[in-house]
Design a protein around this ligand. Sequence first.
Ligand SMILES: Cc1cc2nc3c(=O)[nH]c(=O)nc-3n(C[C@H](O)[C@H](O)[C@H](O)COP(=O)(O)OP(=O)(O)OC[C@H]3O[C@@H](n4cnc5c(N)ncnc54)[C@H](O)[C@@H]3O)c2cc1C
Length: 358
Amino acid sequence: MQHDTDLIIVGAGLAGACAAVTLSRDHRVRILEAEAPASGASGAAAGLVNPFMGRRARPVWRLREALAAVPALLEEADASNLFPDTGVLRPAVEPNQVASFQEAAHEHSDLATWLAPATVHDRYPAVRPNRGALFVPLGGAVDVGAMVRALLDAAESRGATVETQAPVLYWRETPDAAVVEVGRGDKTEELRTDLVLLALGQGFPPFPELRRLGLEGVKGQTVRVQRPESLPDTLPPMSGRGYVVPDGDTLILGSNYDNNYDDLRPDPDATKYIREKTSKMIPDLDQAEVLDETAGVRVMHSATNLPLLGPLPRRERIWTFTALGSKGLLTAPHLARNLPTYLNDPTKIPNSVSALKA
Ligand SMILES: Cc1cc2nc3c(=O)[nH]c(=O)nc-3n(C[C@H](O)[C@H](O)[C@H](O)COP(=O)(O)OP(=O)(O)OC[C@H]3O[C@@H](n4cnc5c(N)ncnc54)[C@H](O)[C@@H]3O)c2cc1C
């Protein structure tokens, strides 16, 4: 049976937007978004592209492909300017990080360099404490909200449609269609298509079928402050004690991890915690004027802390693309680039991220 669209993507966050741009190359795509693009976690992210994460600077899943996918997808959307060539700096903030960071630089010498304390002092005199730093030239930061909008624009220019204020309330499948029910004020409307891709991000809790995948929400927030005048505007994005992402005359500071939250509003205690934490890396940030605070929920797959993609268990036409965790920029673009292949042959989805195996 022929439907108006081949594919409905539910959710216009980072996952939905990355999928929209690659799938709209060859398919008629309709995107349904409950609120506005990037209104979930994607609107709260600081946008660090940091491929060596955590206290020990361990490489992310599929390190090289992940790192290459960010600029490639932005180029496809004619938005390369959103990922400036800054690199990302990881100051060693604990003595025992020095060895791990040096090891990361040694093992991945084409991607990361160890900077000795004297070099860090010369280049970035504001950084505290100076025990040296790992520098990753291909990392950096992206304005995630702007990226989502650019990817959706690119998809629209290929014929995709984006509907906002269009919450999906229910889904089911028949032998020849996937069906979603969309809220239209007091009424609902059923839309039929070949395949539905659920990219609901932090919108998963009302849906038992998604909860059963083993998803967990971890609230966090970022704080935008005025850049102190004493701080040079040449500082790269940094991740050490929390993170600091320069954005014009402002800095975006992050973040906190809250497993036990009642609402999605920014929390003043979290703001205080983030400012205190980051001021141990760049002095005086706890005094900088706060301009804005934004909270969101990172969705993690508890068992693996890897993303999930593909048909839901016992489904063929209802797929999900979720659990991007705290590193959506290093998972969504890479998986989305492979999505057209996976759609043709779902057995090609790597077992480690297959939603069927969750
Ligand atoms: C404080 C914070 C800082 C972060 N910093 C970074 C960082 O520096 N680098 C990095 O790579 N990652 C970071 N992340 C993680 C990153 O934000 C996420 O991995 C990513 O944005 C998740 O994208 P998503 O599309 O899966 O979900 P979301 O962004 O939550 O998007 C889901 C969308 O679906 C919509 N939706 C939900 N339910 C429905 C429904 N029923 N019908 C229709 N639409 C629906 C929502 O309105 C939303 O727009 C951070 C996250 C947080 C919270």
